[in-house]
Design a protein around this ligand. Structure first.
Ligand code: FES
Length: 118
């Protein structure tokens, strides 16, 4: 009999009208990029630069747990500067690794791409 030894951490996604209308809570694999764990759950968050910290479309707000993940580096801070709806809990989800602390994620109403289209 095999035992699942993958460590996981609870992620709660607050409701978003388009991407996650009911909200969602799931167990994310530690060490993985937050954007990949969101995509794996069917949340179609944008990732225009293919997750290399070269756009701002994977922007999220970490409403709980922001202080428990590795702080943004200079490259991430530069990209965040052009994110729609930036606030003190803003992060790029391709730059955040799932750690040991539970996260509560709010998806911004728009991305920079959507804001341009509006
Ligand atoms: S996907 Fe482009 S910065 Fe994260």
């Amino acid at each position: 009999m095999s035992v699942n030894t993958v460590s996981t951490t609870r992620i709660t996604v607050l409701p978003h009208p388009d991407l996650c209308p009911e909200g969602l809570a799931f167990e994310a694999r530690r060490g993985r990029k937050l954007v990949d764990e969101l995509l794996a759950q069917g949340i179609a968050i944008e990732h225009a630069c293919e997750k290399v910290c070269a756009c701002s479309t994977c922007h999220v707000h970490l409403r709980v747990g922001a202080d428990a993940v590795t702080p943004a580096d200079d490259d991430e801070e530069d990209q965040l500067g052009s994110a729609w709806g930036l606030d003190a809990q803003s992060r790029l989800s391709c730059c955040v690794r799932v750690g040991e602390v539970e996260l509560v994620v709010e998806l911004p109403r728009h991305t920079r791409n959507h804001a341009r289209e509006a």
